[in-house]
Ligand binder design. Structure first.
Ligand code: SDX
Length: 428
C-alpha cells in the first residue's frame, strides 16, 4: 500500500503522508493542507471522519465490537482486574505490580479529604439541582483549593495532581448524592478499598454501621472498569481540547463532566431508565415506542441504542447485560423494567430500520438497571458514569500534555453575510 494519499484541488495534485497505527488504522496527515492548497480546509461536522490525535491508550474497532485498554481486552479486564488496577493501566500504560498498586492506592487515600469550604459551595445548590451540574461545579472549584494542580511542568507535579483528583472525586460524587437526599456529608474510611469506600460514602446512614455487600462491590467495580475509557468520545475530546489551552486538569475534567451530562452521551443511562419506565407506565407497549423512534417527525430516539463508532454490538453492553441478570438474581430483585429492556432490544435487533442503520444496544442501555438495583437514584446514573470515566479522562489529558499537543483550534467554512457597510438605526 502506498504511504501517501494524493488529493487534486483546483487541477493541482498534492500528496499527503499516510499514518498507519499499530492496529493498521490509516490516517491521512493533512497538517500541511491549507499551506499547500492556498487555504483549502476540510469540513466534517461531528468529526465523524476526522482523527484529532494519535493515542496509545484505548483501541476500539466498531465493526468487530473490539475494545482494549492499553492492549488488554475489556472482557479480560472486567473479569480479572480491579478498577484501581485499570485506572493505573490507563494512566501510566502498564498493569501495576503489587508494590505499584499499593503505593497508588496509598497516595490516593492521602488525598481523599476535600477542603471543608467546598461544602459551602455544595450548600448553595438547591436539592433539586442535577448532580452532574453540581459535580462539574465542585470539580472546577477544586482548582481554587489546589492551585498547584494547574501548572504541571513535571511528571512528579502531574502525578500529584492525578492522585489528588483520584482521591477527591469519589468524595464529591458521594456528596452530590447525599446533598440530594439531605444526608450528612461523609468522608468514608481509608481502611477500605476504593470501591468499598465509594459505596460507604454514598450509602452509610448516620445512625447505623455500614455493612459492605460484596455483590454491590463487585458490580460497581466492574461497571467502573467498563466505563473507564473510550478513546476520543465527546467528553474525552472536551477534556483534551480544554486541557490543550493548558487550563488545569480539574477545569478540563469539569468541562468533560458537562459534555458527558448530555442525553446523547453519558446522560443516556438516565434517559434509558426514564424511557423504560415510561413504556412500563404506558402498559409495556414497546412497539409504540419503536414507531416513535423511527418516525422522523418525532424527536424521540431509542435511548441506549446506536453509537458513533460501534456498528456492531457494543462489547460493554454484552458484559453489562450478563451482569444485570447476575446482580438482580444475587440481590433477589425482580425488575420488570429489565424484561421490557430485553423485549425492546430483541425487537429492535430484528427491525429493518435498526438493522439497516446498525443500531445496537450501547453501554448505557443496561447499566441503569444495575445502578437502580443497587439503590442508586436515577439522577446519579451519569455521575456514576463520570466516576468510571475519570481515569480515562486523566489518561487522555496526561497523554496530550506529555506529547505537547498544540492548542485545539478547528477551522470553519464561513457561510454568513459578506462585507456590508454599517446601517444607522434610523435606516434599519
Ligand atoms: C455514549 O462516543 C462514545 O464512545 C460514547 C460512549 C462512551 O463510552 O464515551 O460510548 C458513551 O455516549 C453511548 C451513546 C449513548 N447515547 C444514546 O444512547 C442516545 C441514543 N443514540 C443516538 O442519539 C445516536 O445513536 C448517537 C448519538 C449515539 C450516535 O449518533 P450518530 O453517530 O451521530 O448517528 P446519527 O445520529 O447520524 O444516526 C444515524 C441514523 C439516523 O437516521 P437517518 O438520518 O440515517 O435516517 O440512525 C438514526 C438517526 O436518526 N439513529 C437512531 C438512533 N440513533 C441513531 N434512531 C432512533 N434511535 C436511536 N437511538
Amino acid at each position: 500500500m502506498s504511504d501517501k494519499a494524493t488529493l487534486e484541488v483546483n487541477g493541482k495534485k498534492h500528496e499527503f503522508p499516510l499514518v498507519v497505527g499499530t492496529e493498521n488504522e490509516v490516517g491521512m496527515d493533512i497538517s500541511s493542507l491549507r499551506a499547500v492548497t492556498g487555504g483549502v480546509t476540510t469540513l466534517d461536522p461531528g468529526y465523524k471522519n476526522t482523527g484529532s490525535c494519535e493515542s496509545a491508550i484505548t483501541f476500539l474497532n466498531g465493526e468487530e465490537g473490539i475494545l482494549r485498554y492499553r492492549g488488554y481486552s475489556i472482557e479480560e479486564l472486567a473479569d480479572k482486574a480491579s478498577f484501581l488496577e485499570v485506572a493505573f493501566l490507563l494512566i501510566f500504560g502498564e498493569l501495576p505490580n503489587q508494590e505499584q498498586l499499593s503505593k497508588f492506592a496509598h497516595d490516593i487515600k492521602e488525598q481523599s479529604v476535600v477542603d471543608d469550604d467546598i461544602k459551602k459551595i455544595l450548600d448553595a445548590f438547591p436539592k433539586s439541582a442535577h448532580p452532574m451540574g453540581v459535580l462539574s461545579s465542585l470539580t472546577s472549584a477544586l482548582t481554587a483549593f489546589n492551585p498547584s494542580s494547574v501548572n504541571v511542568d513535571s511528571e512528579e507535579a502531574m502525578y500529584k495532581t492525578v492522585v489528588k483528583i483520584m482521591g477527591k472525586f469519589p468524595v464529591l460524587v458521594a456528596w452530590t448524592m447525599r446533598k440530594q437526599k439531605g444526608l450528612p456529608l461523609d468522608y468514608g474510611d481509608n481502611s477500605l478499598g476504593y470501591v468499598e469506600n465509594v459505596l460507604k460514602m454514598m450509602f452509610k446512614k448516620p445512625n447505623e454501621e455500614y455493612t459492605q455487600n460484596p455483590i454491590l462491590v463487585n458490580a460497581l467495580d466492574k461497571l467502573l472498569i467498563l466505563h473507564a475509557d473510550h478513546e476520543q468520545n465527546c467528553s474525552t475530546s472536551t477534556v483534551r481540547i480544554v486541557g490543550s489551552s493548558h487550563a488545569g486538569l480539574f477545569a478540563s475534567l469539569s468541562a468533560g463532566i458537562s459534555a458527558l451530562w448530555g442525553p446523547l452521551h453519558g446522560g443516556a443511562n438516565q434517559a434509558v431508565l426514564e424511557m423504560l419506565e415510561a413504556i412500563k407506565e404506558d402498559g409495556g407497549d414497546t412497539k409504540k415506542f419503536m414507531a416513535k423512534a423511527k418516525d422522523k417527525e418525532d424527536p424521540f430516539r431509542l435511548m441506549g441504542f446506536g453509537h458513533r463508532v460501534y456498528k456492531n454490538f457494543d462489547p460493554r453492553a454484552k458484559i453489562i447485560k450478563k451482569a444485570a441478570d447476575e446482580v438482580l438474581a444475587d440481590l433477589g430483585v425482580e425488575d420488570p423494567v429489565l424484561d421490557i429492556a430485553k423485549g425492546l432490544a430483541a425487537e429492535a435487533l430484528s427491525d429493518d430500520y435498526f438493522v439497516k442503520r446498525k443500531l445496537y444496544p450501547n453501554v448505557d442501555f443496561y447499566s441503569g438497571i444495575i445502578y437502580r438495583s443497587m439503590g442508586i437514584p436515577v439522577e446519579m446514573f451519569t455521575v456514576m458514569f463520570a466516576l468510571g470515566r475519570l481515569p480515562g479522562w486523566i489518561a487522555q489529558w496526561r497523554e496530550m500534555r506529555l506529547r505537547k499537543e498544540p492548542i485545539g483550534r478547528p477551522r470553519q467554512i464561513y457561510i454568513g453575510e459578506t462585507h456590508r457597510p454599517f446601517k444607522e438605526i434610523s435606516k434599519r
